[in-house]
Ligand binder design. Structure first.
Ligand SMILES: [Zn+2]
Length: 355
């Protein structure tokens, strides 16, 4: 990945954006797509929609969600310790010992640590159990409640400590690969197609609130009313210890984007994605998805009277932890795959399923 694009990815992942508080990440997205889109608008829900006009009438929506999981200040005790609630699907057992960023009054950043009773002081039966929400607190060095309340308020949001790091040339770890990788891809395709006319009107959406119920994709799909739509998200890689390929399929980092097939996916879109992968000389991994997926592809498909939906996913290790891990080449290959898919569709493309 070129340095300038890696910087854009880093700016996205390091912008704090738990569900409902996405605008810092949206600002990064807006600033990037502005140069490549004919129109950029932010809707009342907070979704940012960048439109590149096509030569035809087909409306193609491609969406990545800007929100990440996080925490919210719920209560501050007399000693100035913060008790918190999860935003999205947090694995509470993984939290003790984490460093966090608290966005307080005037959006000022405070560093904190998640505390738990040390192992020496745990009762034997507590030692073998994962921590529960009520066993944990955030210590941000406040003197007491008054001091804490002068800096932060109930409802303030908290993210895992930022800081993207390369584990190798290609493998990167961040707090919010899910799903800044998707936002990166829907932005990067506009840059790739900057000097090219295509038939489809491309609506690149950086959506809000996926982690709390696919909410931004639901409202933006209604507004755009696309004929065809693809969601870009992350999926569970199964190439690390303890993963059962028999149950969760065979998905590895660095072997290309995962393309889903099943009820949530329009069969013509699936075939076109396979053709696009061939044209772009990109390896893909097929992922079985027999039900509605837990992604924005679900919201797109059941929009209004139905939309031809597809799903491309970046293989991701350690989903919803402070250290998610992906391959940057999978991200770049997803951009190539999508660009080629866009070149294949126009007003005459028939998305009605047939035998
Ligand atoms: Zn997620």
């Amino acid at each position: 990945m070129k340095q300038e694009m890696k910087k854009f990815f880093q700016d996205l992942v390091e912008a704090p954006s738990p569900s409902g508080f996405e605008q810092p990440a949206q600002e990064v997205y807006r600033n990037f797509v502005d140069e490549y889109a004919d129109e950029v608008k932010t809707d009342v829900h907070g979704n940012v929609i960048a439109l590149k006009k096509g030569t035809g009438n087909l409306r193609f929506m491609v969406v990545g969600h800007a929100d990440e999981i996080g925490l919210m200040v719920n209560y501050i005790d007399d000693n100035g310790f913060i008790r918190f609630l999860p935003i999205g699907g947090i694995d509470i057992g993984l939290l003790p010992g984490s460093r966090v960023d608290i966005y307080g009054k005037d959006n000022k950043l405070y560093r904190g640590v998640i505390g738990r009773k040390p192992i020496h002081l745990l009762k034997p039966e507590e030692r073998t159990k994962a921590a529960k929400l009520e066993d944990l607190w955030i210590d941000f060095g406040a003197k007491d409640k008054e001091d804490a309340m002068s800096k932060i308020s109930i409802g303030d949001h908290i993210t895992f400590s930022k800081g993207m790091e390369m584990l190798s040339e290609d493998i990167v770890t961040t707090k919010a690969t899910d799903n800044k990788a998707g936002v990166y891809i829907v932005a990067a395709i506009l840059k790739e197609l900057a000097n090219e006319e295509v038939a489809a009107n491309i609506y690149s959406v950086s959506a809000v609130q996926e982690e709390v119920g696919l909410r931004g994709a639901t409202t933006s799909a209604f507004g755009i009313d696309p004929h065809v739509g693809i969601a870009i998200d992350v999926t569970h890689a199964t190439d690390y210890p303890g993963m059962n390929k028999g149950l969760h399929g065979d998905v590895s980092l660095g072997k290309g984007p995962a393309v889903s097939v099943g009820a949530n996916i329009n069969p013509k879109v699936f075939e076109l994605l396979k053709k696009a992968a061939e044209n772009a000389k990109v390896d893909i991994q097929i992922e079985a998805a027999p039900r509605a997926t837990g992604t924005d592809a679900n919201a797109i498909q059941v929009n209004r009277s139905g939309v031809a939906a597809g799903l491309i996913s970046i293989p991701n290790r350690y989903m919803h932890t402070p250290n998610e891990v992906i391959s940057l080449s999978d991200v770049e290959d997803s951009v190539k795959l999508l660009v080629e898919f866009i070149r294949l569709i126009d007003d005459n493309t028939d998305f009605i399923p047939s035998v």
